[in-house]
Design a protein. Sequence first.
Length: 421
Amino acid sequence: MTVPRLVAILFIFVSSAVAWFTLGGTLVSRSGEFDGKLQQEVERLWGGPHRQVAPTAQILRQRQVPKEIVEKDAAGREVRRTETATVIDEVPVQLTSSRIDVELTLDQRQKGLLWYATYGVVFRAQYVLRNPDNVERDAIVRLSFPASQAIYDGFVFRVNGVQAPPVGNLREGSITRVTLPPNELARVEVAYQSRGLGEWTYAFADSGVTQVQDFALDLHTDFTKIDFPAGTISPKEKVREGRGWQLRWDFQSLAAGQSIGLGLPNQQNPGPLAARITFFAPVSLLFFFTVMVTLDVLRKRSLHPVNYFFLAAAFFAFHLLLAYLVDHVRIHIAFLVAAATSIFLVVSYLRVVAGLRVALVEAGCAPLAFLVLFSYAFFFEGFTGLAITIGSIVTLFVLMQVTAKVDWSTVFRRNGELKQP
């Protein structure tokens, strides 16, 4: 093994790294370029993120105000007179009680290189408000829809049994008007079934800080992996229920600008995952080349740099095949097919170059460890770095032990290369 031969191998490694970074950049570009477009398609087909805002209520109070009227008489002179006009004020009324029950069912969808956390939601709520005046008042109750791009099956919006008029525009919500006796309660009923994407949130008000009285919300899921988005209130109770959770929020009197929310779990996105595996590929190839060079030294044989070029190409075939298979099959299937293809290329090639024993025992195990197992570590989020670190340390230990008695000055002598296979 000579220095020029090592330089040639290093050049092959650097060229391969450039090819991997180019492929990884292509994957990132494909994932990012289509993310917004695909998400819009999913929203149109399934529904957008849901943000249900509590209904608002206003009572109508009439008051008399003086109004100055300016007219001109027959001589063209201005004549001023004052009349009394009736003005109607919409005075906000606070909800005195809220009882809400929500069911979320996970139904993830894949589009291209990305997974989207789509879900079904069943929303049922009972609200109570009071006429604060000692006289009969008309009241207006408004309900905003949680998403404008969604469907609402079994929609119910009633106030004291009076169903709201048909909805003309989802962006404007639904409005109903009722007459309330003096100091009497009004009961508001809301119910629907819908579908959403990403997070589900419930807001006490459209914006700002508001006060909530006698509030209780029960949320049931059919999935166990849950998360609470930033800026939301965590539940007071969390109990396992079948395949999911039963969560409960209840407050007697609360003033808050936060909302209640739940982030739904998503599967690993094949595009970003394949990109991370591809960007890591040069590290795998570096370990593989190191092992192969070490075996050359120990067995007193030397593969030609062209052999290393084809081995690097076999490694690259794994990531190239993975990058374009994930568009069509699930990520685990794509990974297995790409890994089997790459290992077959390495073993079948080395069988001819160096013999069956070298192909199976010496070189066959190295791609399995450094290409397949190292790459599969990326499926375990949070443990990838630890797994790769442990594998690297074990590899370093083995190489140090088997090469401890090697006379490297003899190996890298200027003249006389090791015997070709």
